[in-house]
Design a protein around this ligand. Structure first.
Ligand code: GAL
Length: 459
């Protein structure tokens, strides 16, 4: 597919009068782009723990695993053409550990060359790479040696981070060590719906702590290994991690137990993780689980930027199934998650309290028919604009996702793409959604303009 993909040129914000109150301008240099992760889009990641897990009967909704995914491993150039034509100036992706290091300490030159080609393709199109080193998947050899419950994995991950920083540092300035330690741990070790399918909350807390410690130590390793300022902006490496901030509130505001449980969940899921990277103090406590408390010196201040992933709000109901529900009557996406744009503004304030500049590393809507997403993109941008006006230092926004992709245990049911992909025919042309056009106008204008609102059907 050609780079233009039928996209109209779009207008810069300068065509609107400076004092036009309908135009919400973002700061100069604000980054707009999309986010993906290797396993969800590449296809053929046979050497990681998710590939093995996907073969377990009943593990994946609908039964279809990642398979060829979006064939992005082969099609990355044309996918980046689409993003570039839509005015994206940044792109978040992950390096697949199991490809780069298929056996302990042995790095595969062909895969190293592949990722150089990927990063080069982004830079050639004027898109700044934001590179995640751990996005949920693990090489089989890591999983089989105890995975993230083992302290050895911390050492192995730090060595991997050091390797990547030295190898790719000339192409990358924005490094994201780990993605969502709390989601990774709770899904895999508490709910048991992701590998390694353990149901033990105490062990989940150990995993969060290990990922945080790994972040702190990788932060130092990356700064030592990457001294090349790829963008010429005075920073050789900027290192952060991505945190999933979910809004958790009592279902029944009057109910003391709903409020208490929501309070505990907020504390362990959001606040403890956000604070740990600032003061180096890990303090993870939930009822009926062994608390994890320790100070990690390398973690203190290990934050050049904070990556915020925001999707939804859950209402908490104590001692009931399911424990989390959407706000009754609120709009929900295809996975039943409430679409609540003001939650992004609030989450940005929480992120800003770390004192670090913030990148929105994920935000989006599972919406196969693109019914809610065009409007939601505008409303999320408006909420982010308010947060910036209120003083939160937000540097960019990476929409989840460029393409429909393999949505973990939900299989192919959550369709988050600006572009549609048919997983039964991942070689077919990507299908441009109206959302891609809304986002393109937003990115090109670096502002919410009447044009953007019109494309979203809001004018
Ligand atoms: C995040 C995750 C992504 C993607 C997204 C949508 O938790 O980092 O990989 O799956 O949710 O559910």
């Amino acid at each position: 597919m050609s780079a233009s993909c039928g996209a109209p040129p779009g207008r810069s914000a300068s065509v609107w009068p400076v004092n036009d109150a309908r135009v919400l301008r973002f700061p100069d240099g604000f980054r707009w782009g999309a986010a993906t992760s290797a396993h969800q889009v590449e296809g053929g990641n046979t050497r990681n723990d998710w590939w093995r897990f996907e073969a377990t009967p009943g593990a994946i909704r609908g039964g279809r695993g990642s398979g060829d995914a979006c064939r992005h491993y082969e099609r990355f150039e044309e996918d980046f053409d689409l993003a570039a034509a839509d005015g994206h100036t940044a792109h978040r992706l992950s390096l697949e550990w199991s490809r780069l290091e298929p056996e302990p300490g042995r790095f595969d030159p062909a895969e190293v060359a592949h990722y150089h080609a990927v990063l080069g393709a982004l830079r050639a199109r004027g898109m700044e790479p934001v590179v995640t080193l751990h996005h949920f998947t693990n090489p089989l050899w890591i999983a089989d040696r105890g995975g993230w419950e083992s302290r050895e994995t911390i050492d192995r991950f730090v060595a991997f981070a050091r390797f990547c920083a030295a190898e790719f540092g000339a192409e990358v300035d924005w490094w994201c060590t780990v993605n969502e330690p709390e989601v990774f741990a709770f899904r895999g070790w508490a709910e048991g719906v992701w590998p390694p399918a353990v149901r033990d909350r105490s062990r989940a807390l150990v995993v969060i702590a290990h990922q945080l410690e790994a972040h702190g130590r990788a932060y130092r390793a990356i700064h030592e290994a990457d001294r090349v300022d790829a963008d010429g902006d005075g920073h050789a490496a900027r290192v952060g991690f991505a945190k999933h901030h979910v809004q958790l509130e009592a279902l029944r505001a009057w109910h003391p137990l709903d409020r208490l449980v929501a309070h505990f969940e907020r504390r362990v899921f959001n606040e403890a993780v956000e604070r740990a990277a600032v003061d180096g103090r890990i303090a993870l406590e939930i009822p009926c689980a062994r608390a994890v408390r320790r100070d990690v010196p390398e973690l203190k201040g290990a934050l050049d930027w904070f990556g915020l992933n925001y999707y939804t709000r859950w209402r908490v109901q104590a001692f009931a199934e399911p424990p989390h529900v959407a706000t009754p009557g609120a709009p929900v996406n295809d996975l039943g998650w409430e679409v609540w744009p003001d939650g992004l503004r609030r989450a940005l304030h929480a992120a800003g309290r770390t004192g670090a500049p913030v990148l929105v590393t994920e935000n989006g809507v599972a919406d196969a028919h693109d019914a809610l997403r065009p409007r939601a993109i505008v409303e999320f941008a408006e909420a982010m604009h308010r947060a910036i006006a209120e003083g939160v230092p937000v540097r960019g926004y990476l929409h989840w996702s460029l393409l429909d992709n393999f949505e973990w245990a939900d299989g192919w049911h959550g369709r988050f793409g600006l572009y549609g992909v048919d997983e039964r025919d991942p070689g077919a042309p990507r299908v441009r959604r109206r959302s891609a056009e809304v986002f393109a106008r937003l990115a090109r204008a670096n502002a919410v303009t009447p044009d953007v609102r019109e494309a979203a059907g809001l004018a």
